[in-house]
Write a protein that binds this ligand. Structure first.
Ligand code: DAH
Length: 336
C-alpha cells in the first residue's frame, strides 16, 4: 500500500503540472482531494490494513493529503494571479510621465516686454478690430483719396469699403472718438499687407501703436518717450537718431533709427551697411486727424508712433529669416 501511496503522489504531481487553467485545476481537486477522490479512497482502504501497518500507512497518507492540498493551493493562487487584471502590478510610487509644456512664442515675448515698458511710462492698452473700414484705416487718418497706400497692391480689400487693416493707426481714431484728452495709450495688434512674402516681410505681422494727446504735448516728449523705450528694449549702449519722414496722419513726421546691434554700427548685411536700423515711425498728430475725432487742434496737441514687432524679434535673436517665426516648427520654437 505504501507503494500505491507513492504512485498516487507521483501521478498527482504529473497531473498538477498539466493543470494550466483554473478549470483543469478544479478537475484535479475533484479527482484527488474531494470526498470521493483518490486520496479519500486510500483512507478507505486503510480500514482493511493490519493493526501493525496502520500507524505507518496512516502517517504517510496524512502526509500525502496535506502535500497535495498545499500544492493545489499554491497552484491555484498562481493561476488566480495570472487571470486577474494587471492592476496589482502597477507601481503607484513611480513618478508620472511629464507632458511637454509649451513656451511663449518669441514674438509674444517681445510684445510683452514692449508693453511692460510703455505701461511703466503711464500708457494704458487698447485694441481695435482687424477688419476695418476704409474710413478708419485711411480717411480719418488724413490719407487723400488717391493716396498710393490705398492701392490694391498693399491692401487686402474685403469689399470696396471694407479691408484688413494695414496698420494699427485706425485704433487711434477709435480710442479718440470714445475718449476726451488726456489720452495716453498703446495699441498692439495684427496688421495685414498684400505684399510678397520674403525673408524680410510677411503678409501678417504685429505692430504696436502709441498715442499721447493732451494740452501742450511737444515733439521733445515724443523723442524722450521713444529714446527711453529704445534704451530699455535694445540696451542702454545703443545710439539713436531721428530722421525727417512723411506720414499723412502726422506733421512733422520722423523715423527713429538705432545703431545696428548686430555690427554695433560698423555696417553689415542686416543694416545694409549703413550702421543704422530703422525701428519706429512717429510724429505729431496732424491737426486734421484731431479735427476728425472732434478734438480742437488749437487746444490739444499730441504725438503718435508705430512699429512692427517681428523685425526687432528676429534681430534680437539673430534669426535671418522672418518666415521661421510662423512655420510653427517646434524644433525652432523650443529654443526660446
Ligand atoms: N502706421 C505706420 C505704418 O504702419 C507707422 C506709424 C508712423 C504710426 C507714424 C504712427 C506714426 O502712429 O505717427 O507704417
Amino acid at each position: 500500500m505504501l507503494e500505491t501511496i507513492e504512485q498516487t503522489k507521483q501521478q498527482f504531481l504529473l497531473d498538477l503540472s498539466q493543470s494550466d487553467t483554473l478549470d483543469k485545476l478544479e478537475q484535479l481537486r475533484i479527482a484527488y482531494l474531494a470526498r470521493s477522490g483518490r486520496i479519500a479512497a486510500l483512507f478507505e482502504g486503510l480500514k482493511s490494513a493490519s493493526v501493525a501497518d496502520k500507524p505507518v500507512l496512516g502517517k504517510s497518507l496524512n502526509e500525502l493529503r496535506s502535500f497535495a492540498q498545499s500544492q493545489f493551493e499554491a497552484r491555484k493562487s498562481e493561476l488566480d494571479g495570472a487571470s486577474k487584471p494587471k492592476e496589482t502590478s502597477i507601481d503607484l510610487t513611480l513618478p508620472g510621465r511629464p507632458r511637454p509644456i509649451g513656451t511663449k512664442h518669441p514674438v509674444m515675448q517681445s510684445m510683452e516686454e514692449m508693453k511692460r515698458i510703455f505701461v511703466s511710462m503711464g500708457f494704458s492698452i487698447a485694441s481695435g478690430p482687424e477688419i476695418e473700414s476704409d474710413y478708419y484705416n485711411f480717411g480719418a487718418l488724413n490719407f487723400p483719396p488717391d493716396h498710393p497706400a490705398r492701392d490694391m497692391q498693399d491692401t487686402f480689400f474685403i469689399s470696396k469699403d471694407v479691408l484688413l487693416r494695414t496698420h494699427t493707426s485706425p485704433v487711434q481714431i477709435r480710442v479718440m472718438e470714445k475718449q476726451k484728452p488726456p489720452v495716453r495709450v498703446i495699441m498692439p495688434g495684427r496688421v495685414y499687407r498684400n505684399e510678397a512674402i520674403s525673408a524680410r516681410s510677411l503678409v501678417m505681422f504685429y505692430q504696436i501703436e502709441g498715442l499721447y494727446v493732451d494740452k501742450g504735448v511737444t515733439f521733445s516728449e515724443l523723442k524722450g518717450t521713444l529714446v527711453s523705450f529704445a534704451k530699455q528694449f535694445y540696451g542702454s549702449n545703443s545710439k539713436y537718431r531721428f530722421r525727417p519722414s512723411f506720414f499723412p496722419f502726422t506733421e512733422p513726421s520722423a523715423e527713429m533709427d538705432i545703431t545696428c546691434y548686430i555690427c554695433s554700427g560698423k555696417g553689415c548685411r542686416v543694416c545694409k551697411y549703413s550702421g543704422w536700423l530703422e525701428i519706429v515711425g512717429s510724429g505729431m498728430v496732424h491737426p486734421n486727424v484731431l479735427k476728425n475725432v472732434g478734438y480742437d487742434p488749437e487746444l490739444y496737441t499730441g504725438f503718435a508712433f508705430g512699429f512692427g514687432v517681428e523685425r526687432p524679434t528676429i534681430l534680437r535673436h539673430g534669426i535671418d529669416d522672418i518666415r521661421l517665426l510662423y512655420e510653427n516648427d517646434v524644433r525652432f520654437l523650443r529654443q526660446f
